[in-house]
Design a protein around this ligand. Sequence first.
Ligand code: GDP
Ligand code: IMO
Ligand code: MG
Length: 434
Amino acid sequence: MPAIVVVGAQWGDEGKGRVVDWLAREVQLVARFNGGDNAGHTVVAQGHTLKLHLVPSGILHPDLVCLIGAGVVVNPERLVVEMDELAALGVDVGPSRLKISAAAHVILSTHRALDGAREVARGRGAIGTTKRGIGPAYADKAARVSLRAGDMANPEQFAERVAETVRGHNRSLQELYGAETLSPEQVAAEYCAYARRLEPHLADGSALVGEMLAAGETVLCEGAQGLLLDLDHGTYPYVTSSSTVAGGALTGLGFGPRYVSRVIGVTKAYTTRVGAGPFPTELLDEVGDRIREVGGEYGTTTGRPRRCGWLDLVILRYAARINGLDELALTKLDVLSGLERLKVALAYERDTARPESGRRERTEVFPAEFGLESLARWKPVYEELPGWAEDISEVRSRDDLPPAAREYVGRIEEWVGVPITLIGVGPEREQAIV
Ligand code: GDP
Ligand code: IMO
Ligand code: MG
């Protein structure tokens, strides 16, 4: 049963790239199943620090194939830049190694312009998107008016359709948002060139995945973003526009659940979020600042400072349920070294409808479905755990961790009910306890 699914268990940037890179040594295909170049997946290995936005994080392993799956929205401009950067480092990104599902949808320059214009129009309610055109591209996909990667097989015809779509987008930009328009001819010419370049990479993605699974080969499904950014199960509307959960791997790549052998949720040893929206354990004090500085918590894609807070086990239990997690990968444990006391949220509490009763309502279930106002009323209930002072970045076995770090990891496993099978103690490939 050969499909392994890797998903983010929080708000993204959990370290999925490094976990995929680690697991990729044992697989034949690594396939991205959702999102677009809003993602930024970091792989630090073989002397390189790769910031991957569209190319799957297995690309450094020469013997496997990488697929950008049907569920992804592809910005061809960004993809070409990324391929050139990788090629300059000597990484093979030829058509036999890097494939694009013909059913993946294409992000146009006007999708990006619309993303920006809609954010401005939202004013104080802005989502804080990456402005990569993700929402508008998925909206066009759902409205059945989008261009797909397979359309690039005929570059001239593709260019004509690009121009036509850009004209439509221009009307929205101008009439709805009073924003600047783009030249349809110029965008079409640019996209014609991308089509010529990318055409050899087009593939029947689901057929490729299906053949490999049927042959007993292992397919590693790489998720982007994280559970709480999921369009259905995240903190709507402060979410992204795709399926970021394990189920998204099945729809985004096109195979059935019986092939899934392992579902791995990636979580940091604390919590971060980029962009707006609720964040119950957020730290707006010097502890939050310290985590941001020590952890280098600045966005891989936009460079924005990430909001930081304590680990939230209510969220991790929600991640275990929605994804059916078999395992957790816990990254950035090293960042917590030196903090005297650590807190983890075990539950949430709020006033009951009759606050004068003095009683509080308590839940251990993440209150995702009743919206932001409901979520805002819940406050985390913390448990304090002792910290550790030692540098753990050279530790390679769980038994060699300081007792307090062992306890921290053990309590997470116990409370979430999922074993931790990988612990990150530094960004490098080898800085892991497996
Ligand atoms: P992704 O989007 O989930 O792939 O995560 P990002 O690459 O956006 O952010 C994770 C950041 O943490 C990257 O800069 C990684 O190099 C870094 N990182 C990953 N694991 C560890 C770890 O165990 N310790 C430390 N210190 N950094 C890590
Ligand atoms: P990876 O794969 C963290 C956030 C944005 C914003 C919201 C919607 O690296 O974990 P979008 O541009 O998708 O419409 O923005 O989602 N966001 C991410 N946050 N990591 C990511 O990807 C993200 N991709 C989108 O900051 O709040
Ligand atoms: Mg990231």
